[in-house]
Design a protein around this ligand. Sequence first.
Ligand SMILES: C[S@@+](CC[C@H](N)C(=O)[O-])C[C@H]1O[C@@H](n2cnc3c(N)ncnc32)[C@H](O)[C@@H]1O
Length: 268
Amino acid sequence: MPLALTDACSDDLKTAIQGLQVAFPRAGTGLDQDEEWVVVYHDGEWQKIRLHDYNDLFAVPGLYEKWVYDVLGCRSPQQVRSLLLPCLQEAGETPASLSVLDLGAGNGYVVGVLAEAGVNRFVGVDINPNAATAAERDRPGLYEDFIIDDLTDLSNEHASILDRHSFNCLTCVAALGFGDIPPEVFVEAYNRIDNGGWIVFTIKSDFLDDDDDRSGFSGLIRHMLQSNLLELVTRQSFEHRKSSDGNALIYDAFIGRKRCGFPVVISR
Ligand SMILES: C[S@@+](CC[C@H](N)C(=O)[O-])C[C@H]1O[C@@H](n2cnc3c(N)ncnc32)[C@H](O)[C@@H]1O
């Protein structure tokens, strides 16, 4: 099975990936990670789409899988799964015992990979209006609920949907920093996880640099660990994927256990 596909994918997604016509920028263009783009034939015309314009990206079935997973070789979801499973086993827990809040869910690639390992309860949160539709289109039935909203400014309706769930696992893969999920949103999601729950996330290793903490996550994670809000179970640096120029993009994966929540929600 090609890298991009998991058992949880719809047949339509598999067909869409095979039929895509995509042109990539020439290697050596020196694009920053936030500038990467492709040209794709969709709806009768060639369209230029930036990787971080998720609304446009998820509107084209299969483009995310073909580009990020097949061409750029993203392994983050598999990396997270292979770190989490032994931790669960060591703790005497099973994948089926998890109830997951998937923050920055996108079109559900991560939950597709976790579902293959036996995790079966997921709620997605994303800020991008196309994400919920794309997740249901590409991996139907995996999410019990999928909220499109800003966790720091939730509507009453969305807050009560989330309140109905009890979560013992937070996943947030390839979604922190880069103008994506800010620390305040991560903290809101973290506070929704039961004490003792699993906290699973990846972040670009550069964002953990204490001397240049533009994302705010270096200070936040250090505070969480030093103040015993989060107990680190394991951490690993790994190649998230290649850049458009073929260079390795290095991320850190964290698996931890929530020991207690933030007493007040931070704001910067
Ligand atoms: C690179 S995608 C990752 C999707 C998925 N986790 C995966 O690994 O395939 C990043 C996702 O984070 C979402 N995102 C960005 N800012 C967000 C926010 N403030 N709240 C929730 N989701 C956000 C984007 O819309 C996008 O779907």
